[in-house]
Design a protein around this ligand. Sequence first.
Ligand SMILES: C[S@@+](CC[C@H](N)C(=O)[O-])C[C@H]1O[C@@H](n2cnc3c(N)ncnc32)[C@H](O)[C@@H]1O
Length: 211
Amino acid sequence: MILDRLFAAGYDVIFQRAERGGLTAMRAEAIGDLSGTVVELGAGTGLNLAHYPAAVDRLIATEPDPHMVKRLRAKVAAGEGGGPERVTVAQAGGERLPLQDGEADAIVCTLVLCTAPDVPGVLAEAVRVLKPGGRFRFVEHVRADGHRHAAWQDRLNRPWGALAGGCNANRDTLAALRAAPGLEVRGVRDDSFPGVPALVRPLIRGEAVRV
Ligand SMILES: C[S@@+](CC[C@H](N)C(=O)[O-])C[C@H]1O[C@@H](n2cnc3c(N)ncnc32)[C@H](O)[C@@H]1O
């Protein structure tokens, strides 16, 4: 679809303000101490690639959208994230990952659960591929706590999604994480998505552990 193509083409520019306002620091904090085999869900254009530390010896960067994948592959081919020696790009949704059971030490999921059509399916697949004790790191914008703000998110959800690559402004992602069998949320911080409309500003970041 033309809008998907435009969203992918403009993504890095659209995100510049948010990145400078603090999103880059949130990415670094979510990723910077990981190690071993890491899977990234919905890796988009690859804005997380720069943050993987040397202790990550293998990164499987997954992404379902072909326009995003094209950009992701180009960055990896140019050496970002350690280049093709360390990073494998796979065109795949989070509901079906190209990994064996228990193969991953960690999963990185930034700004993806707002868009994935089947959040319980994505989380079940994460549980399948994570080792026991494996980490699921997330940075996600979420449904507002306040009734009026949430009602506004509900009202504008459709037009917002049409402009923003199918994103939902009003998802209660923390409830979904807490309800996911096999994941235990350990540490979650309320924060604010910098440089974006108030509609999508409530944000959570933290970790769930595969139990
Ligand atoms: C707002 S972008 C975030 C991209 C990237 N994670 C980042 O932090 O910049 C949302 C991404 O989720 C991807 N996505 C949509 N449905 C998905 C699914 N079912 N599984 C995994 N990713 C999905 C989209 O293609 C898009 O790249």
